[in-house]
Ligand binder design. Structure first.
Ligand SMILES: [Zn+2]
Length: 234
């Protein structure tokens, strides 16, 4: 990281996805934290930065390398994130240059409750990993997921269960020609991405508080598929 800039200045021309008023809080200065290689919003609480830095060390080396490559920025929120979640990943992958894609993770105070931070940080960084895979890699993993889940499946967390339910709902209607292919594909892509992220989170956070007690997923099988199709080794 010898050549990394110490301060990133991200305004409307670098981070266009933050144009909507409620996202403009993500413009501003981010300072490099030497210990982690992450960029934190100027003025962040030192105590929270330290918690994230320590937690970041527990993520797979592949994730850390990716965060450094993409100059991931991090900020904190009281209450909930700008999109109303405990933590949120933002980026614009419709842009072609990495600087314009400008990935960011926002972590609210909800994620600092005991035992929560590792799962939430892993989930958000997993989004960056997923989005930077090739279409073929993602498609191979999506097909694996679709083939290994049915209406009786209980996903790793209740959060992902909702996405699976939505997908299965449109799958039925799609088969009857009642649903537009874009909606069907959108629900399929959302479920598979969130499922990937929360499976990673539950693997890395052994005591993940949101884990479904009735989960029917073989995490071992998913880890094997992640290694085979996505070259992710966790
Ligand atoms: Zn997510």
């Amino acid at each position: 990281m010898a050549n990394s800039k110490k301060i990133l200045e991200l305004g409307p021309s670098q981070r266009r996805w933050a144009m909507p008023r409620h996202l403009q809080r993500f413009w501003g200065q981010y300072a490099l934290n030497n210990e982690s290689g992450l960029y934190f919003a100027r003025g962040s609480s030192a105590a929270r930065v330290q918690i994230v830095v320590e937690t970041f060390k527990k993520l797979p080396p592949q994730f850390a390398a990716l965060c450094h490559e993409w100059k991931l920025t991090v900020s904190f929120a009281e209450g909930w994130t700008a999109t109303g979640n405990a933590s949120t990943f933002y980026a614009d992958f419709s842009q072609s240059s990495p600087a314009d894609i400008s990935p960011h993770v926002e972590i609210s105070e909800q994620s600092f409750k005991p035992g929560v931070i590792i799962g939430h940080l892993a989930h958000e960084v997993a989004h960056l990993f997923w989005r930077t895979r090739t279409f073929e890699q993602k498609q191979a993993y999506r097909i694996f997921l679709a083939n290994s889940c049915s209406a009786d499946t209980v996903e790793v967390t209740a959060y992902v269960q909702d996405f699976l339910k939505e997908y299965l709902g449109t799958l039925k209607d799609f088969a009857r020609g009642k649903v537009h292919p874009n909606l069907h594909e959108g629900n399929f892509n959302r479920w598979t991405e969130e499922s990937f992220c929360d499976t990673v989170a539950t693997v890395l956070a052994r005591k993940h508080p949101d884990r479904s007690p009735a989960c029917t997923i073989s995490v071992k099988q998913r880890r094997k598929a992640m290694a085979e199709f996505l070259q992710l080794f966790i």
